[in-house]
Write a protein that binds this ligand. Structure first.
Ligand SMILES: *Cc1c(COP(=O)(O)O)cnc(C)c1O
Length: 420
């Protein structure tokens, strides 16, 4: 059973001012969860979560995380600009990019952020553009498949990211010769993991690597970045990860591997996106059409441009028909948006209570990789974003796009000037 963090009565009131569709975020949930993460890793003196900005690039939301002590993980020019606008600089920013354009390394350097190099060849690329900074991080890709006791989690050998181990050893020696003094390592081996084992298993790999790198290169490793990948239960019957157990698992690996190697002062960093925010966002839409052909369809006023994951990955997002939680789930629907694309379906063959036109539909777990993956196909416009504050008030934190926004990139031209 998944329960929305807003009630039907709240939605009736909110929609008087802000029409559907919109994404709404739960400040209380975001804060409590961030505190839980910090608690789970409080055993580590330098622990810091660098929120993955790409998951939810809204300054109001990131400010909440900032107040909870989080840094930011950026990977593009505009994400760096967002971080700058929020007052982030220096060790508050991790720049974890790949196939990086030169201007992004320049901006990252201006902000003094920690640069996390994705590739061996980026050492010379960075050196040529801005020089090698004193603090540098490199991303590791072990290749092969990533397995834990419970099976295969993902396939790093097929992933475009990171250095091989040999490149890392050679790279650290070169970076040291070029003036780097403080080093970090980073790796992201599996996404949306539904197991408390992921971080501890990844940590053990990185801790052993850190010990080996220290022995072979003599560099000073100050931090290990476990990156993102801790998942959330999108389906109501899935188990929730236990962040306390995850933190404890990482602590055990730390005590077993790093402490005996004299590396008990290494800081642990994370770059979580989904875990920090996905459960604390809903996409709220209204049922605007019903259609009875070979299947039963409900058409919403939201579409895949507001939430791409079901269309893109076939991802499951739970749906609550507001006010009908206790009615029988005896109707089988495809819940669709209005794109001229048959994959624009938020749910396929989903058993739900009977939906009537005008019903509010809450699509769960859209707080990360939801709005941010939006696009403008079919000339559809991005929705607004709202914040349900701790005191129950609702704040507009991004207005909905208007046609003017859609046409703004023709501002050099006379053709569409009346539309702007
Ligand atoms: C996407 C990404 C993250 C966040 O991933 P989640 O699955 O949202 O936790 C962290 N670090 C990097 C480098 C990423 O690309």
């Amino acid at each position: 059973m998944k329960t929305p963090f807003v009630t039907l009565e709240q939605l009736q009131e909110i929609t008087q001012k802000y029409p559907t569709p919109f994404h709404i975020y739960d400040e209380k949930g975001i804060r409590e969860n961030a505190r839980k993460l910090n608690k789970a890793f409080e055993w580590n003196k330098g622990f810091k979560e660098y929120f993955a900005v790409k998951a939810t690039p809204n300054p109001y939301i990131i400010n909440i995380l900032k107040e909870e002590g989080c840094g930011v993980d950026c990977s593009s020019l505009t994400e760096l600009m967002l971080a700058e606008a929020l007052g982030y600089s220096g060790e508050g920013i991790m720049f974890s990019s790949n196939a990086t354009p030169p201007e992004e390394f320049i901006k990252a350097t201006e902000l003094n952020s920690i640069i996390n190099l994705d590739d061996y060849t980026h050492i010379d690329f960075l050196d040529k553009i801005v020089g090698i900074p004193e603090t540098i991080c490199c991303r590791f890709n072990p290749g092969g498949v990533f397995k834990t006791a419970n099976g295969i989690m993902d396939n790093p050998g097929d992933a475009k990211y990171g250095f091989t181990k040999e490149q890392l050893i050679d790279g650290f020696i070169r970076l040291k010769e070029m003036g780097a003094k403080t080093f970090g390592i980073h790796s992201f081996l599996a996404s949306n993991t539904a197991s408390n084992e992921y971080y501890p298993a990844l940590a053990a790999i990185l801790f052993e690597l850190a010990v080996e790198l220290k022995e072979k290169t003599g560099v000073d490793i100050k931090f290990i970045n476990l990156s993102g990948g801790v998942g959330i239960p999108y389906k109501p019957d899935e188990m929730e990860n236990d962040i306390m157990e995850i933190g404890e698992g990482v602590r055990k690996a730390y005590e077993q591997i790093l402490v005996p190697a004299g590396m008990g002062d290494v800081a642990i960093f994370t770059e979580l996106g989904r875990y920090m925010l996905a459960p604390f966002g809903h996409l709220v839409a209204t049922a605007v059409h019903e259609k009875h052909i070979y299947k039963e369809y409900i058409g919403l006023d939201a579409c895949a441009v507001n939430l791409m994951r079901p269309a893109m990955y076939g991802a499951y997002h739970h749906i609550t028909v507001m006010g009908k939680e206790n009615e029988p789930y005896d109707h089988k629907y495809d819940i669709t948006g209005s794109l001229c694309e048959n994959n624009d379906k938020f749910a396929i063959d989903r058993m739900l209570p009977k939906i009537d036109i005008g019903d509010f539909v809450v699509i769960h777990d859209t707080g990360a990789h939801g709005f941010s993956m939006g696009y403008n196909y079919n000339g559809k416009l991005r929705s607004s974003e709202l914040l349900l504050k701790e005191d129950g008030a609702v704040q507009l934190i991004r207005r909905a796009e208007t046609p003017k926004d859609y046409f703004i990139t023709f501002d050099f031209s006379d053709i569409l000037k009346d539309a702007q």
